[in-house]
Design a protein around this ligand. Structure first.
Ligand SMILES: NC(=O)c1ccc[n+]([C@@H]2O[C@H](COP(=O)([O-])OP(=O)(O)OC[C@H]3O[C@@H](n4cnc5c(N)ncnc54)[C@H](OP(=O)(O)O)[C@@H]3O)[C@@H](O)[C@H]2O)c1
Length: 251
């Protein structure tokens, strides 16, 4: 029997892993998505969508589906799902690896102000009105209603559901990857004074950081939360080797 693998996904890395192991006779993977976007990218392996129902729900899922190993490839800011994965895999004895993309590092010319939370980012914008480019996902947009003096441009994959949004907000619907020239153009055309970003890491959304550096614009960088993990890996190949080591021989 092939190794039954649960991949907790929703990221470029999870999709890359799915791509890499699709059709591998030693592995039987299922990719789990939170369901945050209505039109997720098509995947080459089986998928399921929606929360499990906390730690107990995930424990039930692991047992019901006879999962042999789990890969947590969720977003660096999805700390709750990771905590549940550590707890549920601990209870069931299912091996767990976490695929985490490294953080972006500040380079010469970057003007980053690091803050611990979206709330702190809203405060760090200050009292004077600014033109702000928000690229932090729709779940945290409402936080900026507390700083209504600013003009916000928020780029999102989908429209937000929250009702309490900042009053002066324009939405741009787009999905990465983005390139530096287009990001530079956007920052100039929209007369942006400051960016607010998560430290997502990876290449798909890095262009805005490079463009801000080129234009000497400040970036308010929201720090990553503590993301619980058993063993952390940064490369898809490393995860594949780990899965192959766990998989039965001769399948
Ligand atoms: N999730 C994504 O695909 C994604 C993608 C890009 C960015 N982010 C960023 O990450 C931050 C937190 O996002 P979040 O609310 O999704 O994470 P979270 O706070 O860690 O998770 C909240 C709940 O969502 C469900 N969930 C999360 N990921 C799941 C998955 N892969 N499969 C099944 N259920 C999943 C779980 O529900 P149950 O407790 O019911 O199991 C989990 O407890 C946000 O700032 C967001 O912008 C998330």
């Amino acid at each position: 029997m092939p190794l039954r693998v649960l991949i907790l996904g929703g990221t470029t890395e999870a999709s890359a892993l799915a791509e890499r192991i699709a059709g591998d006779p030693r592995l039987a993977p299922i990719l789990s998505l939170a369901g945050r976007t209505a039109n997720p990218r098509p995947q080459p392996i089986a998928t399921r969508t929606g929360g499990f129902g906390g730690v107990d729900g995930l424990v039930d899922f692991l047992r019901r589906e006879a999962i042999d190993s789990t890969v947590d490839a969720t977003h660096p800011y999805a700390d709750q799902m990771s905590a549940h994965a550590v707890a549920a895999c601990g209870k069931t004895g299912v091996p767990l690896a976490s695929l985490v993309r490294p953080e972006w590092q500040a380079h010469d010319g970057d003007r980053w102000q690091r803050v611990p939370s979206p709330e702190a980012a809203a405060e760090a914008l200050g009292a004077a009105p600014q033109r702000v480019f928000l690229t932090l996902g729709r779940q945290d947009l409402h936080v900026f209603a507390a700083a209504p003096q600013h003009h916000y441009i928020a780029r999102l994959i989908e429209r937000p559901e929250q009702t309490s949004l900042p009053p002066d907000l324009r939405l741009i619907q787009a999905r990465g990857p983005f390139d530096v020239a287009a990001e530079r153009r956007l920052l100039i055309d929209e007369r942006i004074d400051v960016l607010v970003s998560k430290n997502s890491g990876g290449t798909a959304t890095y262009a805005k950081i490079a463009a801000a550096r080129a234009l000497a614009l400040p970036v308010i960088m929201i720090a990553r939360p503590h993301k619980p993990a058993r063993q952390t890996m940064t490369e898809v190949d490393e995860v594949v080797r780990w899965l192959h080591d766990l998989a039965p021989r001769g399948v």
